[in-house]
Design a protein around this ligand. Structure first.
Ligand code: GRF
Length: 207
């Protein structure tokens, strides 16, 4: 079977990347293969995790590019070189342009640390998402894996998981609970779901 070739795009600590690596090593990502990890910061700890597991890595920094177009072109070249079928945004703190996302319909997935359509879209990233949930006073939040299109956090939803907000929660405490109880479970499961679909399509196209 032709496995779905996956690129994981990261910016930070890479705990979600780690869950994808664990899933691959434990046989929970049978239809996919992480072919490259691309970071937009050379000091992203996620790169360290990739190296430890002998995964190919690349760094594309905006400061080395004339503009956003060149930044995206460099990423696109890497994706082509590695014959990538599926892009997973795992804490990638940059919004990809409509020009980029329109080339990859239903081929880019993202994890967002809230139940979309709550607390999402432009400006809702990192701890700000959890701060907004606490400020609003919701009693349940969670995480969402969705396809990426030209609308930030606006693409079709693939999977969601709810997490309780508890008395005394700070944005940091809530972020940790949402990661442990939702993100780290959802992302590998959604990756396999989408990877399986793409692998089957590749198989049929080759038949
Ligand atoms: C996660 O909360 C993810 O939902 C978000 O950024 C964070 C990334 O964490 N968009 P990590 O780098 O995977 O540890």
């Amino acid at each position: 079977m032709l496995k779905t070739q996956i690129a994981v795009l990261v910016s930070g600590g890479g705990t979600n990347l780690q869950q994808l690596i664990n899933a691959q090593e434990e046989g929970r990502l049978p239809h996919g293969e992480i072919a490259i990890v691309i970071a937009n910061h050379a000091d992203a700890y996620a790169l360290e995790r990739a190296h430890r597991h002998h995964l190919p890595t690349a760094v594309v920094e905006k400061k080395d590019c004339a503009d956003n177009r060149e930044f995206e072109q460099k990423i696109l070249a890497l994706l082509e070189e590695k014959h990538i079928d599926l892009i997973i945004l795992a804490g990638f703190m940059t919004i990809l342009s409509a020009d980029f996302t329109s080339r990859w319909p239903k081929r880019i997935i993202n994890i967002h640390p809230a139940l979309i359509p709550s607390f999402c879209g432009k400006g809702y990233y990192g701890l700000k998402v959890h701060q907004a949930a606490l400020d609003y006073g919701v009693k349940v939040t969670g995480a969402t894996v969705h396809f990426v299109n030209e609308i930030p956090d606006g693409g079709e939803i693939i999977m969601q998981k709810a997490v309780d907000v508890l008395p005394g929660d700070t944005p940091e405490i809530l972020q940790k609970r949402v990661m442990e109880e939702a993100e780290w479970i959802l992302l590998p499961a959604a990756a396999e779901l989408v990877a399986q679909k793409i692998a089957e399509e590749k198989e049929n196209a080759n038949a």
